[in-house]
Ligand binder design. Sequence first.
Ligand code: PLP
Length: 358
Amino acid sequence: MGDRLYLDHAATTPMLPAARDAMAGAWARWANPSSPHAEGRAARAALEDARARIKSALGWSGDLIFTSGATEAIAIALKRTRSDAVLVSAVEHDAVHRAAPKAFFLPVQGDGTVAGHALTGRLGALGASNPLVVIQSANNETGVIQPLAELGAIVRVNKGALFVDASQSAGKMALPEADMIAVSAHKLGGPPGIGALLIGNLGLIDPDGGQEKGYRGGTENLPAALGFAAALESSNAWFKRAEDLRAHLDGAIEASGGQIVARRTPRLATIAAYRMPGMASSAQLIQFDMAGIAVSAGSACSSGTLKPSHVLAAMGWDAGEAAEVIRVSFGPDTSRADVYRFVEQWQRLAREAKARAA
Ligand code: PLP
């Protein structure tokens, strides 16, 4: 595909070499981990080894239920919850909103974070005896990091359980303290099609399924589990460099008349959202693609179509301005030269947009 520059790692990121190698070797382990014969027992041992390695890499000591990705982990946690009320932040991924259509909404502030007093207020108004509160670790459109230490403490005081969608931050930042956490392998250099629900107490959800201690149905994907483990065990030292790259990119975009979404909020170093005044994000995507650069607009990805961002709307953005925002996301191989190349194109498009408006 020529000299392409991929800056859409938040959508999915290429598999790390160690994950590919682990999977290539794993195809020889074709047996069903639930079979009692020797081949099955060997597959079971390999699966349990992968489970233990993933837990250790993530620093999680509770149960780990393998799923097909974060979406399924979210669905299991929310559709089978035993809580008497579910409270969901307004900026959650669509997968959360779809799995809990009757949930109560928790608003965010203009900076994208949930305020402690808002959470306290909503929990008080709900009056539930064991509420489930759903708040992501880092937003997939803006990178905004939620203050989960503070919010988790409020949930505990109110005798609730906290479920965190850590799809974007897992493998990059330490996991938050939570009762349940969703993670996804393809966001951290593992294969697509596998993820996990981390759960401290299985009593929080109803069992269903013939595998995974009765909490999930379907033969486990052993090669993918081994790829997932290998990806998590790969060095993530590159993530520290991303902070620098993002700071440079932020500065260049702002100096060229762009607007940084959630400028002053702590954000995951690999995700940034920028508004280019005067040019629709759909047009920007086409222009960048023609210039060999892959970026995305908001949470555009579900069906390949662009829809207004519920995240920016929840942060109080005007719909017209929100429609001019694109997302840039870094991966392990993103370099300073890549950032320069993106900035050059961004400046060219911004100049054209300005000239058209004049
Ligand atoms: N949650 C967040 C925050 C995401 O960014 C994504 C992926 O786009 C998902 C959930 C869904 O993840 P998966 O593709 O593993 O189902």
